[in-house]
Ligand binder design. Sequence first.
Ligand SMILES: [Fe+2]
Length: 151
Amino acid sequence: MDYTKVIEKLNECLRHEWTGVAQYAQAGFLVSGLWREVYSTVFFDNAQESFGHAKLVGEKITALGGVPTIERKSVKQSNDITEMLNNGLEFESAAVKLYNEALALAEGDRALVVFLEDILKQEQEGVDEFTLILRGHSAAATESKSASKAG
Ligand SMILES: [Fe+2]
């Protein structure tokens, strides 16, 4: 099996994870207002998850004979909590896509497939988490808007 394409794709995954470390940490720093208590933890937990994935993927790239990237993509920043959460959802969805692409290239190496499936499962949980948070957040935001109108 030629691992050149796998290593290339894993480096794309790693670049994405490094982006996640910075993007989620930045959201954790910037989030303010009443939601800060809740969401700074959510964002820092996600930054940590991204770092965990970066560590796994970086080690795998090295094990396969490649050199792990130190690059990242540009970070999406906002002061608006809904936009931060949407950025999170977008980030996790892109991660699901990338690990699926890596999986397609890993066919024939069962251990690598399992390795990637483990990460993919967590990325999908991230998509589900942000989807649910956004659903609740939009409902709460609408409620507090109409409450302040009524008051
Ligand atoms: Fe990840």
